[in-house]
Design a protein around this ligand. Structure first.
Ligand SMILES: Cc1ncc(COP(=O)(O)O)c(C=O)c1O
Length: 304
């Protein structure tokens, strides 16, 4: 990726010109927070559309506020420079964008009071995150972080060690992805994605109070289910065995998109194939991300 352009110190520069100190607090203590955004390529229009760009930057600024990382930009400025960056890279394929706000100071000590606040943005082509259309997953023995411990809501870089441990545990046993439980045993989310179950025609998903990241894809799925499919959506705690007894399970996330889960802890979900509701939501989702549904054009910002 070294020949791509990135945003660094307020400017768009070749990635090869960027050097970040080994002493940086972000590197040493994980003092940073980030976003993951996708831009989808619509081939027939030869256009790239950034999906819910402003919503991602609104969340980044909220994370920065919680973590005392002051980056002096508005949502509009961040969106504008991201569009410039995508144009500069001339990407004409589905692209993943990673803005990262962090503490760049080099002194010893994990202090968020440090006033060396920085922002980088890089991007790269990214098609399917897992390379699979349906997943076999397992519940991890690692417990999900809590809001009063290391808030998952802030997409803090340090929180992804929790995610990485969960992924390591289950992928080393041959599963595709992990599911976290909360400290009181409620189903929470995956290491980088939210979770939905379908039961008796209703869509159920854990509430923010169960320590999830309030996903932008999750919000989109809820809107599509209610508006386009007329399905009732309930945000409430889910217990482990309720997951096993679901008719359907699927993940949602910017990287993961909408991906059905067909097995949990070696229990077959439903009839073991991707379910009807998951498939409908997935199809609707890909329609709107490529700006093929005018009703949802508000979520798609053209790059070119
Ligand atoms: C822990 C976690 N949960 C859920 C999500 C899904 O959020 P979104 O749909 O906004 O990408 C992500 C990805 O950002 C994540 O890292």
């Amino acid at each position: 990726m070294n020949n791509s352009y990135v945003v660094y110190n307020d400017k768009i520069v070749p990635e090869s010109e960027v050097s970040i100190s080994i002493r940086s607090k972000a590197f040493n203590y994980g003092l940073g927070c980030f976003e993951g955004i996708r831009a989808y390529y619509n081939k027939s229009e030869d256009q790239l559309y950034a999906f819910r760009l402003d919503d991602h930057y609104t969340r980044l600024l909220q994370s920065c506020k919680a973590l005392n990382i002051q980056i002096p930009y508005t949502v509009q400025e961040l969106s504008k420079i991201t569009l410039e960056l995508l144009r500069k890279n001339n990407f004409k394929t589905t692209t993943y964008i990673r803005p990262l706000a962090y503490k760049g100071g080099e002194g010893i000590g994990p202090t968020l009071a440090d006033d060396d606040n920085r922002l980088v943005i890089y991007c790269q082509p990214l098609e399917s995150y897992t390379g699979k259309t349906e997943l076999k997953v397992a519940i991890t023995s690692w417990q999900r972080l809590e809001d009063n411990m290391l808030p998952p809501r802030t997409k803090a870089t340090a929180a992804y060690l929790n995610s990485a441990l969960a992924s390591l545990e289950v992928t080393s046993k041959g599963y595709d992805e992990a599911i976290f439980l909360t400290n009181n045993g409620h189903v929470c989310e995956g290491p980088g994605e939210n979770l939905f179950i379908v039961k008796k025609g209703k869509l159920i998903t854990p509430p923010p109070s169960d320590n999830i990241l309030e996903g932008i894809t999750r919000e989109t799925v809820i809107e599509l289910a209610r508006e386009e499919l007329g399905i009732e959506v309930v945000e409430r705690s889910i217990s482990r065995t309720e997951l096993y007894a679901s008719d359907e399970v699927f993940f949602s996330g910017t990287a993961m998109e909408v991906t059905p889960v067909i097995e949990v802890d070696d229990r077959i979900i439903g009839d073991g194939t991707k379910g009807e509701v998951s498939t409908k939501i997935k199809d609707l989702f890909f329609d709107i991300t490529t700006n093929n549904n005018p009703k949802y054009s508000k979520y798609c910002t053209p790059v070119y």
